[in-house]
Design a protein around this ligand. Structure first.
Ligand SMILES: Nc1nc2c(c(=O)[nH]1)N[C@H]1C(S)=C(S)[C@@H](COP(=O)(O)O)O[C@H]1N2
Ligand SMILES: [Mo]
Length: 164
């Protein structure tokens, strides 16, 4: 891959949809969030994951969700992957992983931003499953009811996705 060109914009995480205020943050802004809103080591949540991040609840609170916003629709434009999960079910148990060893989370690790849900269900067993741990996350959309969801719906689709 070519090195980033000077005109490349720093990646941003946008939170929009049914909100009072749209938020768009780069790595520096996410790193500067209050200590209480950050998770210094996500391996405490999931031993298989590394890095630091921001509590989903803090990001959602900052945008002032509309009363009717009941779902979070997570968008990864990089590979056109999307998942929509009930807001109440994930709000207090998810973190957006933003950094690894002080640098932006690499793409190979699901960066530049990646959702991580604590105690998620196994793939395809629940609305809040491992498949909802969206990598290359660039937009979190608050939606009135379920939004776009391209998670694999059966074993064959799942195998195809992971084998790709
Ligand atoms: N952008 C993006 N995020 C994604 C996927 C994907 O294909 N694209 N696959 C999902 C699925 S089906 C699973 S099970 C987990 C796997 O995460 P891992 O590769 O870190 O184990 O990522 C989820 N997040
Ligand atoms: Mo999955």
């Amino acid at each position: 891959m070519n090195p980033p060109q000077p005109h490349d914009k720093a990646p941003r995480l946008t939170i929009n949809g049914a909100v009072g205020a749209i938020l768009s943050l780069d790595h520096a802004a996410l790193a500067a969030m209050p200590e209480a809103d950050r998770v210094a080591d996500v391996s405490a949540w999931d031993p298989a994951r590394r890095g630091s991040g921001v509590r989903l609840a803090a990001l959602v609170a900052s945008v002032r969700p509309a009363p009717g916003a009941t779902y979070l629709t997570l968008h990864a434009s990089r590979d056109d992957f999307h998942a929509s999960v009930p807001l109440a079910a994930v709000l207090d148990r998810a973190v957006v992983v933003t950094h690894l060893d002080g640098a932006p989370l690499p793409v190979e690790r699901g960066g530049p931003f990646r959702l991580l849900i604590r105690d998620h269900a196994a793939c395809q067993t629940d609305e809040v499953d491992d498949c909802a741990n969206v990598k290359h996350l660039d937009r979190i959309e608050l939606t009135p009811g379920p939004g776009l969801d391209t998670r694999p719906r059966d074993e064959a689709e799942h195998a195809r996705l992971h084998g790709a």
